[in-house]
Design a protein. Structure first.
Length: 106
């Protein structure tokens, strides 16, 4: 399993932070959806774009834009998947300390 980034978040803390963030409505909903796929200890998940399209009801273009916004602003950390598979994704809280109470493995 790939090593998580230092500010990988736990689901509940992440969801609360996303709720209170300045992300667009689409990016917020996408981040909250991604969090439901994330491991609670590492924040790691790998839902495909197609899975996110089905889960959110958004078009593929909206999902791509929301993923780009969430990644560019630090709410998601994504590593390209192998052999055109789903990207390795971690839920992250921008600016959270690497060993703070709302981030990192338990």
């Amino acid at each position: 399993m790939p090593k998580p980034p230092p500010n990988a978040a736990r689901q509940l803390q992440y969801m609360k932070a996303v709720r209170d963030s300045s992300l667009s409505r689409n990016a917020k909903f996408l981040c909250l959806t991604v969090a439901t796929y994330a491991d609670n200890q590492t924040g790691h998940c790998y839902p495909s774009r197609e899975t996110l399209v089905k889960a959110t009801g958004y078009s593929l273009n909206v999902v791509k834009r929301a993923l780009a916004e969430a990644t560019d602003t630090g709410w998601l950390y994504r590593k390209p998947g192998r052999f055109n598979g789903p990207a390795d994704t971690w839920i992250t809280i921008p600016g959270a300390p690497a060993d703070g109470p709302e981030s990192g493995p338990l």
